[in-house]
Design a protein around this ligand. Structure first.
Ligand SMILES: CC(=O)N1C(=O)N[C@@H]2[C@H](CCCCC(=O)O)SC[C@@H]21
Length: 123
């Protein structure tokens, strides 16, 4: 049965790419994220990601979530989304993300989180 599994190499329209490891039996996975863009003035470095997806023995187009802990800044991003497969077997990850910056005081908390959508396709 054709089902969408997250393992492998993905890219998004910003030019970022990510590699996701084998998904284990409880849906857990790890990987590496190489962002093409940053909200900081830091030099970009590959960053680890950890996440889980709904097991594909029950779902063909599973939902998933993962967290990227950026190695070059003090911020963190969480992604949630779903893996879709078209009738030709082409997979797409439609996601939304929250980017949380580290701010200096609670007074700046209001401006610390950015939100966005993003689509990944296989490389
Ligand atoms: C998928 C997507 O839209 N994004 C992507 O691929 N890279 C940017 C952000 C990278 C943040 C780097 C760390 C920092 O700037 O503090 S996470 C959301 C956005």
């Amino acid at each position: 049965a054709r089902k969408c599994v997250l393992s492998g190499l993905w890219k998004n329209e910003l030019g970022s790419n990510m590699t996701i490891s084998a998904v284990n039996t409880d849906g857990g996975f790890t990987g590496l994220y190489h962002t093409a863009v940053t909200a900081t003035d830091k030099h970009i470095r590959v960053s680890p990601l950890k996440g889980s997806q709904k097991p594909t023995n029950q779902r063909k187009q599973p939902t998933f979530g993962f967290t990227v802990s950026w190695t070059f800044s003090n911020s963190m991003t969480v992604f949630v989304g779903q893996c879709f497969m078209d009738d030709k077997g082409k997979e797409t990850l439609k996601t939304m993300w929250l980017l949380r910056e580290e701010v200096s005081s609670p007074g700046a908390d209001w401006k610390a989180t950015r939100v966005g959508t993003n689509i990944f396709t296989r490389i």
